[in-house]
Design a protein around this ligand. Sequence first.
Ligand code: BGC
Length: 505
Amino acid sequence: MGRRWREVAAIAVAVTFAAVSVVAVGKRVRKRREWGRVEGIMRELEKECETDVGRLRQVADALAVEMNAGLASEGGSKLKMLLTHVDRLPDGSEKGIYYALDLGGTNFRVLQIRLGGQRSSILTHDVERQPIPRHLMTSTSEELFDFVAAALKTFVENKENADGDVPGSGRELGFTFSFPVKQASVSSGILIRWTKGFAIEDMVGKDVSESLQLALQRKGLDMRIVALVNDSVGTLALGYYHDPDTVAAVIFGTGTNACYIERREAIIKCQGLNTSFGSMVVNLEWGSFWSSHLPRTLYDIELDLDSPNPTEQGFEKMISGMYLGEIARRVILRMAQQSDFLGVVPSKLSTPFILRTPMMAAMHEDESQSLSEVDRILTEILEVPEVHPRIRKLVMKVCDIITRRAARLAAAGIVGILKKIGREGERPLGSRSRPDTTMRRTVVAVEGGLYVSYTTFREYLHEALEEILGEDIVRHVVLQVTEDGSGIGAALVAAAHSSTSVHTQ
Ligand code: BGC
């Protein structure tokens, strides 16, 4: 090659190299800009989900105020403060065999308990769980109740055959139905509306017990519904059965709710109600609580708009297991749409509710060095191509922000109840009595997979409780997990309200 040609070739190489460098630099700049956008979304999320202790106190105060408003008049608050007519909690003196049917989440359970009449001696209890087929959640009330009645019948027959019990009359049932119900008595009530993805229109406004009783008759099962209870009430009943310092119960599962024991005279809206007892369990239905102090993001607003029950269950949509994974999915989707950090937006990422909360928890709590669980869920569930560890960390952070907010708001909810009943070191709201300076041991029964299985959620909740209440007070507050309380508790309420239960104390 002549000299001139060598020069031309050298220039060409230099130009190509420069062009490649420009492209590479351009790519790097673009990548940095895109990553900056993702980080911007993250910063915004973090800021909007902020729950400093001042805000949590405001939420707790707001809840206590709404509780008073809900007790003062029907419709006086977004909090329903439903009367359960449970004015007797099981005290350990109950005897006999009772059944329960627990319907309200992703599974339903049937169970039997034998009570021996000595405190804390549930002689045996047997549980059978089954998933509720998805199509039944939106079918007709007859189909749903026929399905559960058939399962109950098979369970009862198998039990009686196995135990050699005389089949027949006198069987009594506690029915846990975990939706808002306006009760006319301890054993009957009307469904106000569905939550948690159930939508059986013909059931709204109907008596729940009557519908089940008819289904039992259709199946030829002789059984009387003695108690109709919310899952929170069942949990309180079992908690109280084991520990009479139990004053309230909370559920953190697919949905969320709380109930507590209220003094009869504080329930202003039911003045004149005929009850011989000094107190009654009140079901807050706190899933529908709302306050301007709640830290709401764009993702919450969009989730609500896309839900079958917009403007309802606002607190639940920020806290419960049904929604946390979905909020996280929405954040990751926005990040993917506004940058190319996941490449082409995977179509699975646009599918609502595909990221369930247990998967979110598994990613959040991934302790492996390479974050292999995060990677597995991203690739297997969301069909995201394998991503850089930096992105895996980012996804973990999203889960953290959402779960932390949920757990801290849940803690504020518990404090709101303690405040209402004067168990958080101040004078009970709406009462003239003096502040309780000698804090009594206060037990709150807890149930639900979100609390029991999602360790980080539980830890954040405890941390926030301590922050809000302070060390001195929090020492007296015990969160006690009950197992199968929603079901066993319903059977216990049935026993406590049964005319046949033999009370030995
Ligand atoms: C329902 C409550 C129930 C809670 C927990 C909510 O969606 O409205 O009645 O107690 O879920 O299961």
